[in-house]
Design a protein around this ligand. Structure first.
Ligand code: NAD
Length: 434
């Protein structure tokens, strides 16, 4: 089948490759001409493990092509909309990009065409799309629009497409239930549990899933602070807690905070929705505040460990991506920590194996070194902020020689403890005993 996919970000590219690997032909469209040229030249504009190779393989097999054309090619039965829903002046989860693309598809695609919106929608998003469809239908037959949220994790996107936890699709009008079912059927070879429902409930499934995951992380982060103060080990605590099937281990892991384009935004979006609806949700409201407070606590702890004022101290910040396996720095806790440290008067030298370019773009005042050793030069402390596996094998003897101070503060529990200690460094690990 020929699919038209709009929006070549992490979600769009992973979805496009996933469908191409299922044997479909996918035409990928993006408004960003440079991005389309990069893709047409056989390169991926984002770092996602295995993505570039998979894009090349599917393009060489004739199953993918790239365009800036906003109109679906003749014969494409479905359009899949994967454009962004960033926070803008209207608040979190802006539907401006989605509405513009859906309006254009409603005007250009034939009536039998089905448009599946994969972008994350706010709960009122389906109503906005329904209005666009109703206006268009008043003028004559037009394509059907359904929703189909994505649940992938950056860094494991291709695997998450191939082995989805579930496939969820939503209809805007009850009479469009069959179209929502047809979109769910596209994923049938993946054998995932499937749910077809009204698009409002579907939007809430997506938001609630992410806020619940954020709550688990925030809970583990607060436990880490308790462990630091009480002399316990948060990994043992969360392992023991997670052994209960009703709780589960996944996402019960402490670190420097919640990041990425989804979780932080949605921990703001859901409380805004409940406040608009006049519904008291003190638990949901607290998650975002917990995250901000946690990042401040991490900086506070670093200051206490340092034994000298943060003002004037040089700090090496290893890891800038919001997590390992991606070059995405959107809402990265590392960048939030860098900002907090700068407010306290520290100078930051950052390093990331994949995210140097995106980090510089996001924070032009951030000094980004070529490697960990360069970042460590003259540093009073090294802070590990992303769990990149390469940080396990750093040469701590060389790092020690380059540093001015002797503190390593690992917020991800990733370093080789013995190697750090052997180099004569002082090691502190967030929430864990060394
Ligand atoms: N990133 C994730 O891990 C993730 C996971 C699940 C869901 N989501 C949701 O999926 C959606 C996409 O996320 P993303 O991170 O891939 O977004 P992104 O913002 O990184 O990429 C969106 C792409 O759409 C393109 N675009 C914007 N307007 C366009 C238009 N009018 N025509 C064609 N292309 C256009 C942009 O140029 C960009 O390449 C968002 O709603 C996000 O919340 C993201």
């Amino acid at each position: 089948m020929h699919l038209f996919l709009v929006g070549a970000g992490p979600v769009g590219l992973v979805t496009a490759v996933g469908f191409a690997r299922l044997g479909h032909h996918v035409t990928v469209s993006d408004i960003d001409t440079a991005r389309v040229a990069t893709l047409a030249g056989g390169r991926s504009p984002i770092f996602e493990p295995g993505l570039e190779e998979a894009l090349r393989a599917q393009t060489a097999a004739g199953r993918m092509d790239f365009t800036v054309e906003p109109t679906p090619p003749a014969g494409a039965a479905f359009s899949i909309v994967c454009v962004g829903t960033p926070t803008d002046a209207s608040g979190p989860l802006s539907t401006a990009q989605v509405e513009s693309v859906v309006a254009s598809l409603l005007a250009s695609a034939p009536p039998e065409h089905v448009v599946a919106v994969r972008s994350t929608l706010p709960v009122e998003g389906p109503d906005r799309l329904a209005r666009l469809v109703a206006d268009r239908r008043a003028a004559g037959p037009c394509p059907t629009v359904v929703t189909n949220p994505e649940f992938m994790r950056e860094g494991a996107g291709l695997r998450d497409f191939d082995v989805p936890s579930r496939v969820v699709t939503g209809w805007l009008f009850p009479e469009d239930r069959e179209a929502a079912k047809a979109v769910a059927d596209l994923y049938e070879p993946l054998n995932a549990p499937t749910l077809v429902a009204d698009a409002r409930s579907v939007a809430l499934i997506k938001l609630a899933s992410n806020v619940f995951l954020a709550t688990k992380i925030a809970f583990a982060n607060e436990l880490a602070l308790i462990c630091d103060a009480a002399g316990a080990d948060v990994d043992l605590v969360t392992a023991g807690v997670g052994m209960d099937d009703r709780i589960g281990k996944a996402f019960l892991s402490a670190g420097p905070g919640i990041g990425g384009s989804c979780l932080p935004e949605q921990t703001v979006a859901l409380p805004l929705l409940s406040s608009r609806l006049g519904v008291p949700t003190p638990l949901i409201d607290a998650v975002s505040r917990s995250n901000v407070s946690h990042q401040q606590a991490v900086v506070g702890r670093l200051g206490a460990l340092l034994g000298e004022p943060l003002g004037g101290a040089r700090i090496a910040l290893l890891g800038l991506a919001f997590k390992a396996g991606t070059d995405d720095v959107r809402e990265s806790p590392a960048l939030a920590i860098a900002r907090e440290l700068r407010v306290a008067g520290a100078t930051i030298a950052g390093f990331d194996p994949q995210a140097a370019v995106t980090a510089r773009r996001a924070d032009p005042s951030l000094d980004v070194a070529r490697d960990a050793l360069e970042a460590a030069r003259g540093a009073a402390a090294v802070v590990i902020a992303t769990e990149w596996p390469e940080f396990r094998s750093l040469d701590w003897t060389a790092m020690r020689a380059a540093m001015r101070g002797d503190l390593v503060y690992d917020t991800r529990n990733v370093v080789d403890r013995a190697a750090v200690l052997r180099a004569g460094l002082r090691l502190e690990i967030l929430g864990r005993r060394v």
